[in-house]
Design a protein around this ligand. Structure first.
Ligand code: ADP
Length: 434
């Protein structure tokens, strides 16, 4: 049986036995009843005091401790205390779950904005703050279309057809392209999810530019080859032996050009898809640099003064084939972009623990605005000069890739009309012996 009822029954029995019975038998029934009434009034007062304490607690702050009680109140308040503790525990668990959810939303790589049917924002995660230049603190409660006023977005929101995403450009953050989608998730509640697709878009543009460039590069030699071949096939006898020789030489030249282009494209593609580390071997640099100088001299055909200076004989941990291709590209460029009579100096040294290969020429030089873009595929300062000298426009892109794979950097110093210096710097860990 409930302890409160048992205690009350015992108290009433005690009043009857200890107060009423002796007084009624000694002073008569009236005194006995009067004493019982006094006892009951005292009980009532005691309950009222506890009730008052309970009311004061209920009206007080939420974290105020429960009042202490005695007798039946002690039991009642203890149960209330237990209930409060259980409720607090549940609330805490709920708050923690909510906190975890909010943290998960914050950690999302996408922006999320929750808004109601009046388009009032109720929550914004950090990524959405960056995407739309909003502030979760000050913009909460604002109408979404007051903050994102882009006409495309407003009509997307009004149309209510959210199965397709919206590509959003030209927002408050420059250069950002977002893919937006609205997801209704509860009655009159919606999420606006934004994903940054600027990088994907850039890659897509690069890819289509690259295809356009390759097609363009192949188109001219192919047209020349096709034109002369058709001409000769149509009426071979109509041409003299020297003319035929000349046309065949032109065909061969264009073939060689296409071959160089394909070779460079294959090298670039192998470098790009070859993962991080190039296969490494300890390569003594001197013999390789000497053979590169020989090649450069052959390319120059005596038109330039070409010198090699090895200040610190070194052994480099590298992929020999890749490094040879990068260094000979730099040396070849120096020959091709230096007018006859110019000087070209190749040098290797170790400075402050870093390996440094440099190619300096007294050639045509490069204006400062071109320098940051020189290692882009097919970027040329002077297209016709590059073609005339057999360039593919891929040489420096290959150099850059090779150096990156060796954790090395490329520095370019140049002055139009005075010459250029290309410096490849290798980290100390690439130097086996210096
Ligand atoms: P290309 O096959 O056209 O030489 P690269 O990628 O090797 O292609 O070089 C890109 C461009 O950088 C060249 O077209 C040229 O304009 C410029 N360039 C490279 N090396 C030199 C140099 N040593 N002197 C002047 N310009 C250079």
């Amino acid at each position: 049986m409930n302890t409160i009822w048992v205690r009350t029954a015992w108290l009433l029995l005690a009043i009857a036995g200890v107060v009423f019975a002796p007084l009624a038998s000694t002073y008569g029934m009236r005194w006995g009843l009067a004493a019982v009434v006094v006892c009951l009034l005292l009980m009532l007062a005691w309950h009222l005091v506890h009730l008052h304490l309970l009311m004061r607690w209920l009206e007080g702050p939420l974290d105020a401790p429960l009042p202490r009680g005695r007798g039946a109140w002690e039991i009642a308040l203890a149960k209330l205390h237990r209930r409060t503790r259980v409720r607090q525990g549940q609330q805490q668990a709920l708050a923690e779950t909510l906190e975890r959810f909010l943290r998960a939303f914050q950690a999302l790589p996408d922006g999320v904005i929750a808004f109601d049917r009046h388009q009032h924002i109720s929550w914004i995660n950090e990524r959405a703050e960056t995407h739309f230049a909003l502030s979760a603190q000050s913009d909460r409660g604002q109408a979404l279309t007051n903050l994102i006023r882009h006409p495309g977005f407003v009509s997307y929101l009004d149309a209510g057809r959210f199965s397709e995403p919206l590509i959003y450009r030209g927002g408050r953050v420059d250069g950002l392209t977002l893919m937006l989608q609205i997801i209704p998730y509860a009655e009159n509640q919606n999420l606006l999810v934004s994903r940054d697709i600027s990088q994907i878009e850039r890659i897509e543009t690069m890819r289509s530019d690259f295809i356009a460039n390759v097609s363009h590069e192949l188109k001219t030699p192919l047209t020349v080859v096709a034109g002369f071949s058709e001409m000769l096939a149509d009426d071979f006898e109509a041409y003299s032996a020297s003319e035929i020789k000349h046309y065949l030489a032109l065909i061969c030249e264009q073939n060689a050009r296409m071959q160089r282009l394909i070779e460079d494209l294959l090298t670039l593609s192998a470098l790009e898809s070859g993962g991080a580390a190039a296969s490494e071997e300890a390569l003594p640099l001197a013999p390789m640099l000497e053979s590169i100088v020989d090649e450069a001299r052959a390319l120059s055909a005596g038109k330039h003064e070409i010198a090699l200076k090895i200040e610190t004989p070194s052994v480099l941990l590298c992929c020999a084939n890749e490094l040879r291709s990068a260094f000979s590209n730099l040396a070849g460029n120096a020959v091709r972009y230096t007018p006859p009579g110019g000087r070209i100096n190749l040098a290797w040294r170790v400075v402050d623990g870093l390996g440094e290969f440099s190619v300096a020429d007294t050639g045509i030089g490069i204006a400062a605005q071109h320098l940051p873009r020189l290692t882009e595929r097919f970027y040329r300062v002077d297209r016709s000069r590059s073609r005339e000298t057999g360039g593919t426009g891929l040489g420096l892109a290959i150099v850059k890739h090779v150096l990156t794979r060796h954790h090395a950097t490329l520095e370019i110093e140049s002055e139009p009309g005075r010459g250029s210096r290309f410096i490849a710097r290798f980290p100390a860990r690439c130097l086996v012996k210096a």
